[in-house]
Design a protein around this ligand. Structure first.
Ligand SMILES: *[C@@H]1O[C@H](CO)[C@@H](O)[C@H](O)[C@H]1NC(C)=O
Ligand SMILES: *[C@@H]1O[C@H](CO)[C@@H](O)[C@H](O)[C@H]1NC(C)=O
Ligand SMILES: *[C@@H]1O[C@H](CO)[C@@H](O)[C@H](O)[C@H]1NC(C)=O
Length: 567
């Protein structure tokens, strides 16, 4: 996770919303649960990403990534936490494979760390064979057990060298370096890996990496940085797709896609044209920015118009949104074998004009306001409201607007706060149940969804939130050196959805829920026993001797007083 859409500017709670009840009733049989099965070929999985779970940040010849540098700088992440060791996944391949086996998933989505494979990011400067071996071992253990690897090439951990020396994604030369890296991965792993995702949520890379600075490399190039980074990310994706198409596809017969994470945006008032247009801008500036470009060959019209117009008003000679040549457009168009969709939550959207005198920024360029409905259930994590019907609308939008492409849901799930050591994650069960059900409805509507990836396999380093949010199906005890994993209640629950390949009937689904919540209380005791042991050690080592000594001293004093009185 993170849940890519997380940085929410001006999300306001819809305090009073007169037409809310009508909306609830009128739209798409929201609220009615659909009992039914998925196609027999449907693939169930879980996911993680390299920087979030691997740890071992400087082990065995790995180079520094921008996230290593970013987290080592103080004041960037919650409590100055880092992913230096996180879940120690690098040393726990076999153990974590057992977790996948327990769930009986048919695919596992993970990412390769570019600097673990090419320490400086530049292939000519050296390859780290130990890093390659780590991923080979992981891929092999999955395949021996019929778990399909769904491999992401870039999950935000750019080699620091490329950032420090050349400006990272602000520099078009990243296209070449990334293409070299991708070709090396196709060469070394492509005999076994058939599902490639170039980028995970390029929106976040662009907006948080180069505009808000919330993510590594932490640059704040307001109004230009995100657009420039995205321009190069799109070019890099297209080039890698063409490389695969030309050099590897015949031999390896795989697919190359991209994973776009986006919120759904719903007009506040569906009878108000301005709200409808604002909601459309919300989608175009988020999903369309990449999807429209990859499917139709250019940025969404509304982005070109709005940013162009604002740039002119701001006295700039040209648009802050870069342009593609017609050659580039045809090169980029159609470079997606499958589309990965990441999705977590929904916003209501209404129009808002920002004067051109406003400091230029991606957020003000959109001319809108985001709102949430106070009735939406909110987990402990305060940005992620559970709005299952938004998922169905998003999937249908993708189906309609991009020619019903082959889809994989690459991330979907809920997080809760760190302080919650509770394994009985009823909240997550409700979330998964609702969202997976809406996905099933979208498939009945005709969306071509081939697989679903619950996010995430286990609790992990959550970017700027450090370990303060837990998104895992498995709980990780970070304060324990062993980083022990414990199943939350959502493990048996998700496992049953997988085993039944859907939702058979109300009675059974209710039973799943009840049984899952029963097993977790036993697990809770196990977990609770752990800190207790440390506590008890403290009692024997410090408290007992201290109390003992004090007792003797007090007795001695009392005895002396007694003796004096007597004498
Ligand atoms: C994080 O580091 C900064 C800078 O050194 C320091 O001011 C701050 O107190 C640190 N925060 C915590 C929680 O340690
Ligand atoms: C972009 O990267 C190239 C190396 O590939 C470098 O020569 C050039 O100076 C970089 N441009 C900027 C503006 O840093
Ligand atoms: C470490 O954790 C794993 C489970 O995550 C457990 O199987 C193993 O026994 C633990 N080892 C120690 C030394 O606590």
């Amino acid at each position: 996770m993170k849940i890519c859409g997380l940085w929410v500017v001006q999300v306001v709670t819809l305090a009073f919303f007169a037409c809310g009840d009508d909306i609830q009733q009128n739209r798409n049989d929201r609220g009615t649960f659909y009992y039914g099965s998925f196609p027999s070929s449907f693939s169930w999985g879980v996911g993680s990403s390299a920087y979030q779970v691997e740890g071992a940040w400087d082990a065995d010849g790995k180079g520094e990534s921008i996230w290593d540098v970013f987290t080592h700088r103080k004041g960037k992440v919650f409590m100055n936490q880092t992913g230096d060791s996180t879940c120690d996944g690098y040393n726990k391949v076999k153990e974590d494979f057992e977790l996948l086996k327990e769930l009986k998933v048919s695919h596992y989505r993970f990412s390769l760390s570019w600097p673990r494979i090419i320490p400086t990011g530049i292939q000519a400067e050296g390859i780290n064979e130990k890093g390659i071996k780590y991923y080979n071992d992981l891929i092999n253990i999955l395949l021996q057990n019929k778990i399909t690897p769904l491999v992401t090439l870039y999950y935000w951990d750019l080699p620091q060298n490329l950032q420090g020396r050349y400006g990272g994604w602000q520099n078009v030369s990243m296209v070449t370096y990334f293409n070299d890296y991708a070709n090396l991965c196709f060469e070394r792993f492509g005999d076994r890996v058939k599902h490639w995702i170039t980028f995970n949520c390029p929106w976040s890379v662009a907006v948080h990496g180069y505009e808000t600075g919330k993510h590594a490399p932490g640059m704040k190039l307001m109004g230009t940085g995100a657009y420039k980074a995205a321009h190069h990310l799109i070019k890099a994706h297209a080039q890698v797709w063409h490389s695969y198409n030309k050099n590897w596809r015949n031999k390896q017969q795989g697919m190359v896609g991209i994973s776009l994470t986006t919120d759904w945006g719903e007009p506040v008032d569906i009878s108000n044209q301005k709200d409808i247009e604002a909601a459309d801008r919300f989608i175009q500036f988020h999903l369309g920015w990449f999807a429209n470009t990859l499917y139709n060959g250019d940025y969404p019209q509304v982005m070109k118009e709005l940013i162009g117009q604002k740039s002119t008003n701001q006295g700039l000679g040209m648009s802050r949104l870069p342009t593609f040549t017609s050659q580039e457009k045809s090169y980029i168009k159609g470079t997606v074998d499958f589309l990965g969709i990441g999705h977590f939550t929904t916003r209501y959207v209404t129009s808002r004009n920002y004067a051109s005198t406003h400091i230029p920024s991606y957020y003000t360029d959109r001319d809108l306001r985001e709102l949430v409905d106070p009735r939406w259930p909110e987990p402990e994590s305060n940005w992620l409201c559970s709005v299952p019907w938004g998922f169905r609308r998003l999937l249908n939008y993708v189906k309609t607007n991009y020619g019903n492409p082959v889809l994989f849901v690459t991330e979907n799930g809920a997080s809760e706060k760190m302080q919650c050591t509770e394994l009985c994650d009823e909240w997550r069960i409700q979330y998964l149940k609702g969202y997976i059900n809406e996905m099933l409805k979208a498939m009945k509507d005709g969306a071509n969804i081939q697989g679903y990836t619950a996010w995430s396999l286990m609790d992990m380093f959550e970017w700027e939130d450090g370990f303060s949010e837990r998104s895992g199906l498995f709980y990780v005890e970070f304060q324990n050196k062993n980083k022990s994993r414990y199943p939350k209640a959502s493990v048996p629950f998700y496992k049953r959805i997988i085993a039944a390949n859907g939702f058979p009937n109300p009675r059974e689904v209710e039973n799943w829920q009840r049984n899952s919540l029963e097993t977790c209380s036993t697990m809770n005791q196990l977990l609770a026993a752990d800190p207790l042991t440390t506590h008890m050690e403290m009692v024997t080592e410090i408290v007992v001797p201290t109390v003992f000594t004090l007792c003797i001293l007090i007795s001695a004093v009392l005895l002396m007083i007694l003796l004096r009185r007597q004498s």
